[in-house]
Design a protein around this ligand. Structure first.
Ligand code: GLU
Length: 304
């Protein structure tokens, strides 16, 4: 099968569908993005790559960073991490406070805001220079030094991070946050502000297709079984309260962000990233979901 042809067809079909969504205006800097941007990059483990459109343009990865903070926190803590955060789908919006109160300050999973604020707290404790060291970690996954925080986006979010602040405070009241609330928020908003292109994201996620080994330097950063756990968490929790629909339509583990990006992986085969800023009501890229649904439908190839 000619995968470049498949991607070209996906682009045409998605654009023809005329899908519309909205930009996340609750983070002022993200409301200014051109809604027409659309790019996709597929990277295979055997070194082939296929792409279209704005696949090389950097965008705000937002919640996709939650996978990176999870992996780093898991590297430090191992399974005792699960004393402080669960691995169940939330069924609630990504920034919901209700569940956190009912469940005594233990977030449902590490891929919703509360859970990522928790892994941020762990990294603020464990890393010597948290923001710098974390950025280096993401660069090592992407195999590129050209990955940066966007300070404007980070401070734009920090200036209106009232719900996230409420979550950290609530978790702290239950004894589940160890650091100063502002330090945790600053780290979290910076992680969300990282900018990467579809190409860079697909390369950074290839490690999850490759059972924990970085394809570019053969370094094993997670054991085979811990990589299985990260992929399972992505599959069960990677799409807010739309995780069932994403699985039904696409059938791959992955993670989305309100910057309009989605990354998904096929174990042993490939990773794929798509970016189109307009979001549906659940916070997932409208065009991105359709593009990935078409990918697994046209190739007849998902994890199922
Ligand atoms: N920085 C965003 C927030 O905390 C991330 C949300 C997302 O991408 O799901 O609201």
């Amino acid at each position: 099968m000619d995968l470049q042809e498949v991607l070209n067809d996906i682009r045409t079909e998605v654009l023809d569908a005329g899908l519309k969504g909205s930009l996340p205006d609750y983070i002022p800097e993200l409301a200014n993005i051109d809604p027409e941007k659309f790019g996709m990059h597929l990277q295979t483990l055997d070194g082939r790559s296929f792409s279209f459109g704005d696949s090389q343009e950097k965008f705000s990865i937002q919640s996709i960073s939650k996978v990176f903070t999870l992996v780093k926190a898991f590297q430090y803590k191992g399974s005792i991490l699960w004393d402080r955060v669960g691995v169940e789908p939330s069924g609630d919006p990504f920034n919901s406070l209700q569940q956190l109160e009912f469940e005594s300050g233990i977030p449902r999973n590490p891929l919703i805001n509360a859970g990522a604020l928790l892994t941020a707290d762990i990294l603020v404790s464990e890393l010597k220079n948290p923001k710098l060291d974390f950025l280096e970690f993401v660069r090592s996954l992407a195999g590129s030094r050209e990955v940066y925080y966007n300070e404007k986006v980070a401070y734009s979010e920090l200036s209106c991070s009232h719900r996230n602040a409420a979550m950290v405070n609530l978790m702290k009241s239950f004894g589940n946050i160890q650091n100063d609330v502002n330090l945790v928020l600053d780290f979290y908003c910076h992680a969300c502000s990282i900018e990467m292109s579809c190409t860079e994201l697909a390369k950074a996620f290839l490690v999850f297709s490759n059972h924990g080994k970085l394809p570019h330097d053969q370094q094993q950063i997670l054991s085979v079984s811990d990589t299985k756990r990260i992929n399972s968490i992505m599959h069960a929790c990677g799409f807010y309260d739309e995780v069932g629909m994403f699985s039904y339509r696409v059938g791959l583990p992955g993670k989305s962000g309100v910057g309009g990006g989605i990354v998904a992986i096929h174990p042993s085969d490939y990773s794929v990233a798509v970016w189109a800023p307009e979001l549906n009501g659940k916070g997932n890229s409208v065009k991105g979901m359709m593009a990935l649904e078409l990918l697994t439908t046209k190739t007849g190839y998902s994890i199922f």
